[in-house]
Design a protein around this ligand. Structure first.
Ligand SMILES: [Fe+2]
Length: 207
């Protein structure tokens, strides 16, 4: 089995992330370079080791294979969620445009109600708050995750992601999570969420 074909690489760093009001350079760079790239490296390390892991002794209490597979899910979710987070940061906040705004107003009653609920999810989560589309009922939902691999509702599509792990804000805000969430909302790049929504609705149109 080829190793190189399974290797993943980090996304490029967006320099706009360094000029966001409310975020220090150190906060962003440590988050991106240490945390996010650390997950990328771990995925590659785990997948390398999985090539040689003993499948015969796979066991749900403890086994080498189980440990690697659990780690793979955790690290890969860490990669994906952080990429979505960094991609939907570096903007100027405000409101989404077009059909996404319309759907948020329709499904939450008003954009204010959506925002209030999303920020509450950010305060209540131990890991992530996520605006998703759920094809089961065809509606937008705010969900929360307590860890990268705990809480994601199956088959939903993430549109906007907020990282509320303490490493995302503790350098700049200490325990003041609400202030960090306010700063996040002021720096949302809605074009990223709009692109995800457009891609999703285009796929649905063709299905
Ligand atoms: Fe993070």
């Amino acid at each position: 089995m080829s190793t190189s074909s399974r290797t993943i690489n980090p996304i490029p760093f967006n320099p706009r992330l360094l000029s966001m009001p409310g975020f220090s350079e150190r906060q962003i760079l440590e988050h991106f370079n240490v945390l996010y790239k650390g997950y990328v490296n771990k995925v590659n390390e785990i997948r390398e080791k999985l090539q040689f892991a003993n499948r015969q002794e796979a066991n749900a209490t403890y086994s080498e294979y189980r440990g690697l597979k659990k780690g793979e899910t955790y690290a890969m979710d860490g990669v994906i969620l952080h990429e979505l987070y960094f991609e939907n940061l570096g903007g100027t906040g405000g409101l989404p445009r077009g059909n996404l705004l319309y759907r948020l107003e329709e499904d939450f009653g008003s954009i204010h109600s959506w925002r209030h609920d999303f920020m509450a999810a950010g305060m209540a989560a131990r890991g992530w708050a996520i605006l998703t589309f759920d094809p089961r009922d065809g509606r937008l939902h705010n969900y929360l995750l307590d860890a990268h691999d705990h809480g994601l509702v199956a088959n939903t599509t993430a549109l906007l992601i907020l990282d509320v792990y303490e490493h995302a804000y503790f350098i700049d805000y200490g325990t003041r999570r609400a202030d960090y969430i306010t700063a996040f909302m002021q720096n949302v790049d809605w074009t990223a969420a709009e692109r995800r929504w457009e891609k999703l609705t285009t796929q649905q149109d063709h299905s």
